[in-house]
Design a protein around this ligand. Structure first.
Ligand code: FAD
Length: 289
Protein backbone atom coordinates (compact mmCIF):
# COMPACT_ATOMS: atom_id res chain seq x y z
CA UNK A 1 0.00 0.00 0.00
CA UNK A 2 1.10 3.56 -0.69
CA UNK A 3 2.29 5.41 2.42
CA UNK A 4 0.53 8.63 1.44
CA UNK A 5 -2.73 6.65 1.27
CA UNK A 6 -2.14 5.16 4.75
CA UNK A 7 -1.47 8.67 6.08
CA UNK A 8 -4.83 9.90 4.77
CA UNK A 9 -6.61 7.52 7.14
CA UNK A 10 -4.49 7.20 10.25
CA UNK A 11 -1.38 8.11 12.21
CA UNK A 12 1.50 5.85 11.26
CA UNK A 13 3.85 3.88 13.46
CA UNK A 14 6.98 3.02 11.52
CA UNK A 15 10.55 1.87 12.07
CA UNK A 16 13.88 2.27 10.33
CA UNK A 17 16.27 -0.66 9.92
CA UNK A 18 19.62 -0.86 8.17
CA UNK A 19 21.22 -3.70 6.18
CA UNK A 20 23.80 -5.34 8.44
CA UNK A 21 27.46 -5.02 7.45
CA UNK A 22 28.07 -8.75 7.90
CA UNK A 23 25.27 -9.79 5.58
CA UNK A 24 25.75 -13.55 5.97
CA UNK A 25 25.71 -13.73 9.75
CA UNK A 26 23.48 -10.82 10.77
CA UNK A 27 20.70 -10.84 8.19
CA UNK A 28 18.83 -13.66 9.96
CA UNK A 29 18.94 -11.59 13.15
CA UNK A 30 17.46 -8.63 11.27
CA UNK A 31 14.73 -10.85 9.84
CA UNK A 32 13.87 -11.91 13.40
CA UNK A 33 13.67 -8.20 14.36
CA UNK A 34 11.32 -7.54 11.44
CA UNK A 35 9.08 -10.42 12.56
CA UNK A 36 8.93 -8.86 16.04
CA UNK A 37 8.03 -5.45 14.57
CA UNK A 38 5.17 -7.10 12.72
CA UNK A 39 3.49 -7.75 16.08
CA UNK A 40 3.33 -4.00 16.81
CA UNK A 41 0.70 -2.75 14.33
CA UNK A 42 3.58 -1.44 12.27
CA UNK A 43 2.44 0.58 9.24
CA UNK A 44 5.76 0.52 7.41
CA UNK A 45 9.44 -0.26 7.85
CA UNK A 46 12.10 1.73 6.06
CA UNK A 47 15.42 0.24 4.96
CA UNK A 48 18.45 2.51 4.66
CA UNK A 49 20.75 2.50 1.65
CA UNK A 50 24.54 2.96 1.59
CA UNK A 51 25.53 6.40 0.32
CA UNK A 52 27.50 4.83 -2.52
CA UNK A 53 24.93 2.14 -3.22
CA UNK A 54 27.35 -0.32 -1.58
CA UNK A 55 24.60 -2.43 -0.03
CA UNK A 56 22.07 -2.02 -2.84
CA UNK A 57 21.36 -5.72 -3.37
CA UNK A 58 21.08 -6.49 0.32
CA UNK A 59 18.87 -3.44 0.99
CA UNK A 60 16.49 -4.44 -1.82
CA UNK A 61 16.34 -8.03 -0.54
CA UNK A 62 15.49 -6.78 2.97
CA UNK A 63 12.72 -4.57 1.54
CA UNK A 64 11.45 -7.65 -0.33
CA UNK A 65 11.47 -9.67 2.89
CA UNK A 66 9.45 -6.96 4.68
CA UNK A 67 6.89 -7.02 1.84
CA UNK A 68 6.68 -10.80 1.98
CA UNK A 69 6.01 -10.57 5.73
CA UNK A 70 2.95 -8.43 4.96
CA UNK A 71 4.36 -5.09 6.14
CA UNK A 72 4.81 -2.12 3.81
CA UNK A 73 8.48 -1.46 3.03
CA UNK A 74 9.89 2.00 2.36
CA UNK A 75 13.16 1.62 0.46
CA UNK A 76 15.66 4.46 0.92
CA UNK A 77 17.52 5.20 -2.31
CA UNK A 78 20.42 7.65 -2.64
CA UNK A 79 21.42 9.30 -5.93
CA UNK A 80 24.96 10.07 -4.72
CA UNK A 81 27.54 8.73 -7.14
CA UNK A 82 25.18 6.28 -8.85
CA UNK A 83 24.78 6.27 -12.61
CA UNK A 84 21.29 6.23 -14.13
CA UNK A 85 21.77 2.57 -15.11
CA UNK A 86 22.67 1.64 -11.52
CA UNK A 87 19.52 3.41 -10.30
CA UNK A 88 17.52 1.59 -12.99
CA UNK A 89 18.81 -1.78 -11.78
CA UNK A 90 17.78 -1.13 -8.16
CA UNK A 91 14.47 0.47 -9.10
CA UNK A 92 13.52 -2.48 -11.34
CA UNK A 93 14.46 -4.95 -8.63
CA UNK A 94 12.38 -3.07 -6.05
CA UNK A 95 9.39 -3.03 -8.38
CA UNK A 96 9.79 -6.78 -9.04
CA UNK A 97 9.74 -7.35 -5.28
CA UNK A 98 6.49 -5.37 -5.02
CA UNK A 99 8.01 -2.32 -3.30
CA UNK A 100 5.82 0.75 -3.92
CA UNK A 101 7.40 3.38 -1.66
CA UNK A 102 10.83 4.98 -1.99
CA UNK A 103 12.50 7.63 0.17
CA UNK A 104 14.51 9.53 -2.44
CA UNK A 105 17.74 11.00 -1.06
CA UNK A 106 20.99 12.50 -2.18
CA UNK A 107 23.23 10.79 0.40
CA UNK A 108 26.49 12.09 1.83
CA UNK A 109 29.90 11.66 0.26
CA UNK A 110 31.72 8.86 2.12
CA UNK A 111 35.14 10.07 3.38
CA UNK A 112 36.94 7.56 1.17
CA UNK A 113 35.04 8.60 -1.99
CA UNK A 114 37.19 10.30 -4.61
CA UNK A 115 35.67 12.16 -7.58
CA UNK A 116 32.45 13.94 -8.50
CA UNK A 117 30.06 12.50 -5.91
CA UNK A 118 26.82 13.74 -7.44
CA UNK A 119 27.62 13.60 -11.16
CA UNK A 120 24.15 12.52 -12.30
CA UNK A 121 21.89 13.24 -9.33
CA UNK A 122 23.01 16.50 -7.73
CA UNK A 123 20.05 16.66 -5.37
CA UNK A 124 17.28 14.41 -4.13
CA UNK A 125 15.01 16.31 -6.55
CA UNK A 126 17.05 15.01 -9.54
CA UNK A 127 16.59 11.45 -8.32
CA UNK A 128 12.88 12.05 -7.75
CA UNK A 129 12.48 13.30 -11.32
CA UNK A 130 14.38 10.30 -12.67
CA UNK A 131 12.29 7.84 -10.67
CA UNK A 132 8.96 9.13 -12.02
CA UNK A 133 8.90 6.41 -14.68
CA UNK A 134 8.76 3.68 -12.01
CA UNK A 135 5.49 4.71 -10.38
CA UNK A 136 6.83 4.69 -6.82
CA UNK A 137 5.22 6.80 -4.14
CA UNK A 138 8.10 9.09 -3.23
CA UNK A 139 9.02 10.52 0.14
CA UNK A 140 11.84 12.89 1.03
CA UNK A 141 14.01 13.86 3.99
CA UNK A 142 13.64 17.09 5.96
CA UNK A 143 15.68 18.74 8.67
CA UNK A 144 14.14 20.33 11.79
CA UNK A 145 17.40 22.15 12.56
CA UNK A 146 18.08 22.92 8.89
CA UNK A 147 20.39 20.88 6.66
CA UNK A 148 24.03 21.43 7.56
CA UNK A 149 24.97 22.65 4.05
CA UNK A 150 22.21 25.23 3.85
CA UNK A 151 22.74 28.90 4.79
CA UNK A 152 19.48 28.99 6.77
CA UNK A 153 16.46 26.92 7.70
CA UNK A 154 14.43 29.10 5.33
CA UNK A 155 16.66 28.32 2.31
CA UNK A 156 16.39 24.65 3.24
CA UNK A 157 12.60 24.95 3.40
CA UNK A 158 12.52 26.47 -0.10
CA UNK A 159 14.39 23.36 -1.25
CA UNK A 160 11.93 21.18 0.65
CA UNK A 161 9.18 22.82 -1.35
CA UNK A 162 11.03 21.81 -4.54
CA UNK A 163 10.95 18.20 -3.28
CA UNK A 164 7.18 18.42 -2.94
CA UNK A 165 6.91 19.97 -6.41
CA UNK A 166 9.02 17.08 -7.77
CA UNK A 167 6.54 14.54 -6.40
CA UNK A 168 7.33 13.91 -2.71
CA UNK A 169 4.07 12.90 -1.04
CA UNK A 170 5.39 12.75 2.53
CA UNK A 171 8.51 13.68 4.46
CA UNK A 172 10.45 11.99 7.24
CA UNK A 173 12.48 14.25 9.47
CA UNK A 174 16.02 13.98 10.64
CA UNK A 175 16.10 12.80 14.25
CA UNK A 176 15.82 15.50 16.90
CA UNK A 177 15.75 15.67 20.70
CA UNK A 178 13.98 18.98 21.18
CA UNK A 179 10.45 18.79 19.78
CA UNK A 180 10.40 22.59 19.40
CA UNK A 181 12.61 22.23 16.28
CA UNK A 182 10.06 19.91 14.71
CA UNK A 183 7.12 22.22 15.51
CA UNK A 184 8.99 25.18 14.02
CA UNK A 185 9.78 23.20 10.86
CA UNK A 186 6.14 22.16 10.38
CA UNK A 187 4.81 25.64 11.06
CA UNK A 188 7.29 27.35 8.68
CA UNK A 189 6.73 24.68 6.01
CA UNK A 190 2.96 25.28 6.10
CA UNK A 191 3.50 29.05 5.78
CA UNK A 192 5.26 28.57 2.43
CA UNK A 193 2.63 26.17 1.14
CA UNK A 194 4.17 22.74 1.82
CA UNK A 195 1.17 20.52 2.52
CA UNK A 196 2.56 16.95 2.71
CA UNK A 197 2.62 15.10 6.05
CA UNK A 198 5.92 15.53 7.94
CA UNK A 199 6.65 12.43 10.04
CA UNK A 200 9.01 13.05 12.96
CA UNK A 201 12.10 10.83 13.23
CA UNK A 202 12.94 9.65 16.77
CA UNK A 203 15.99 7.71 17.88
CA UNK A 204 16.21 6.74 21.55
CA UNK A 205 19.70 7.18 22.97
CA UNK A 206 20.27 3.93 24.79
CA UNK A 207 24.04 3.65 24.85
CA UNK A 208 27.14 5.83 24.32
CA UNK A 209 27.55 4.52 20.75
CA UNK A 210 24.27 6.28 19.84
CA UNK A 211 25.77 9.62 20.89
CA UNK A 212 28.82 9.11 18.67
CA UNK A 213 26.50 8.14 15.81
CA UNK A 214 24.37 11.25 16.24
CA UNK A 215 27.49 13.43 16.15
CA UNK A 216 28.88 11.81 13.01
CA UNK A 217 25.55 11.36 11.23
CA UNK A 218 23.57 14.52 11.73
CA UNK A 219 24.76 16.70 14.62
CA UNK A 220 21.26 17.00 16.15
CA UNK A 221 21.24 19.21 19.24
CA UNK A 222 21.07 17.27 22.50
CA UNK A 223 19.25 19.49 25.04
CA UNK A 224 20.93 20.12 28.37
CA UNK A 225 18.34 18.07 30.34
CA UNK A 226 19.01 15.00 28.22
CA UNK A 227 22.78 15.60 28.25
CA UNK A 228 22.73 15.78 32.06
CA UNK A 229 20.85 12.51 32.30
CA UNK A 230 23.14 10.75 29.85
CA UNK A 231 26.23 11.97 31.70
CA UNK A 232 24.78 10.92 35.04
CA UNK A 233 23.88 7.40 33.87
CA UNK A 234 26.70 6.79 31.38
CA UNK A 235 28.49 4.48 33.83
CA UNK A 236 25.40 2.30 34.24
CA UNK A 237 24.22 0.80 30.92
CA UNK A 238 20.81 -0.35 32.14
CA UNK A 239 19.96 3.04 33.69
CA UNK A 240 21.18 4.83 30.57
CA UNK A 241 18.99 2.62 28.40
CA UNK A 242 16.00 3.26 30.67
CA UNK A 243 16.58 7.04 30.61
CA UNK A 244 16.95 7.07 26.80
CA UNK A 245 13.73 5.09 26.30
CA UNK A 246 11.82 7.27 28.77
CA UNK A 247 12.98 10.40 26.98
CA UNK A 248 11.82 8.98 23.61
CA UNK A 249 8.47 8.03 25.16
CA UNK A 250 8.07 11.59 26.44
CA UNK A 251 8.93 13.01 23.00
CA UNK A 252 6.38 10.71 21.32
CA UNK A 253 3.58 11.56 23.76
CA UNK A 254 4.18 15.27 23.22
CA UNK A 255 4.31 14.85 19.41
CA UNK A 256 1.04 12.92 19.37
CA UNK A 257 -0.65 15.50 21.61
CA UNK A 258 0.39 18.24 19.18
CA UNK A 259 -0.92 16.45 16.10
CA UNK A 260 2.10 14.74 14.46
CA UNK A 261 0.92 12.46 11.62
CA UNK A 262 2.92 9.51 12.96
CA UNK A 263 6.30 8.58 14.42
CA UNK A 264 9.25 6.96 12.70
CA UNK A 265 11.54 5.17 15.13
CA UNK A 266 15.19 4.47 14.42
CA UNK A 267 15.86 1.47 16.62
CA UNK A 268 19.30 0.47 15.29
CA UNK A 269 17.88 -2.97 14.41
CA UNK A 270 17.07 -3.69 18.09
CA UNK A 271 13.57 -5.16 18.39
CA UNK A 272 13.73 -5.00 22.19
CA UNK A 273 13.81 -1.18 22.11
CA UNK A 274 10.76 -1.08 19.82
CA UNK A 275 8.92 -3.57 22.02
CA UNK A 276 9.68 -1.62 25.16
CA UNK A 277 8.50 1.70 23.70
CA UNK A 278 5.39 0.02 22.34
CA UNK A 279 4.68 -1.60 25.68
CA UNK A 280 4.81 1.73 27.51
CA UNK A 281 2.65 3.47 24.92
CA UNK A 282 0.34 0.70 23.77
CA UNK A 283 -2.80 2.49 24.97
CA UNK A 284 -1.75 5.56 22.98
CA UNK A 285 -1.03 3.44 19.90
CA UNK A 286 -4.35 1.58 20.26
CA UNK A 287 -6.41 4.74 20.74
CA UNK A 288 -4.65 7.28 18.59
CA UNK A 289 -2.94 5.41 15.73
P1 FAD B 1 19.10 17.13 -0.82
O1 FAD B 1 17.63 17.25 -0.83
O2 FAD B 1 19.80 17.13 -2.14
O3 FAD B 1 19.64 18.31 0.10
C1 FAD B 1 21.03 18.52 0.31
C2 FAD B 1 21.28 20.04 0.40
O4 FAD B 1 20.99 20.65 -0.86
C3 FAD B 1 20.40 20.74 1.43
O5 FAD B 1 21.16 21.76 2.01
C4 FAD B 1 19.24 21.30 0.60
O6 FAD B 1 18.69 22.48 1.18
C5 FAD B 1 19.91 21.60 -0.73
N1 FAD B 1 18.99 21.31 -1.86
C6 FAD B 1 18.03 20.35 -1.94
N2 FAD B 1 17.42 20.38 -3.14
C7 FAD B 1 17.98 21.38 -3.82
C8 FAD B 1 17.77 21.89 -5.12
N3 FAD B 1 16.86 21.35 -5.94
N4 FAD B 1 18.55 22.93 -5.52
C9 FAD B 1 19.48 23.46 -4.70
N5 FAD B 1 19.73 23.01 -3.45
C10 FAD B 1 18.99 21.98 -3.02
N6 FAD B 1 21.77 8.87 3.83
C11 FAD B 1 22.16 7.70 3.27
O7 FAD B 1 23.27 7.63 2.73
N7 FAD B 1 21.35 6.61 3.26
C12 FAD B 1 20.11 6.62 3.81
O8 FAD B 1 19.40 5.62 3.78
C13 FAD B 1 19.66 7.83 4.43
N8 FAD B 1 18.44 7.92 5.00
C14 FAD B 1 18.01 9.10 5.53
C15 FAD B 1 16.71 9.20 6.06
C16 FAD B 1 16.26 10.38 6.62
C17 FAD B 1 14.86 10.45 7.21
C18 FAD B 1 17.12 11.52 6.65
C19 FAD B 1 16.64 12.80 7.28
C20 FAD B 1 18.40 11.45 6.11
C21 FAD B 1 18.86 10.26 5.54
N9 FAD B 1 20.14 10.14 4.98
C22 FAD B 1 20.55 8.97 4.41
C23 FAD B 1 21.08 11.26 5.04
C24 FAD B 1 20.96 12.20 3.79
O9 FAD B 1 21.36 11.49 2.64
C25 FAD B 1 21.87 13.40 4.04
O10 FAD B 1 21.30 14.18 5.08
C26 FAD B 1 22.21 14.25 2.85
O11 FAD B 1 23.18 15.24 3.27
C27 FAD B 1 21.06 15.04 2.27
O12 FAD B 1 20.16 14.24 1.65
P2 FAD B 1 18.84 14.89 1.01
O13 FAD B 1 18.13 13.83 0.31
O14 FAD B 1 18.11 15.71 2.01
O15 FAD B 1 19.56 15.86 -0.07
Amino acid sequence: MRINEILKNKRTLSFEVFPPKKAETETEKLFATIRELKKLRTDFISVTYGAGGSNARNAADIAGFIKAEGIEPLAHLTGGPSTPSEIDAVAKKLRQLGVENVLALRGDRPVEFDGDYCKYFRHATDLQTYLQKYDFTLGGACYPEGHQECASLYDDLENLKKKEECGAKFFISQIFYDNAYYYRLVSEARKIGITSPIIPGIMPITNPKNIARIKSMCGSTIPIELRNMLEMYSGNPSLMREAGINYAVYQIMDLIAKGAPGVHLCIMNHADIALEIYDRLHNFFNELF
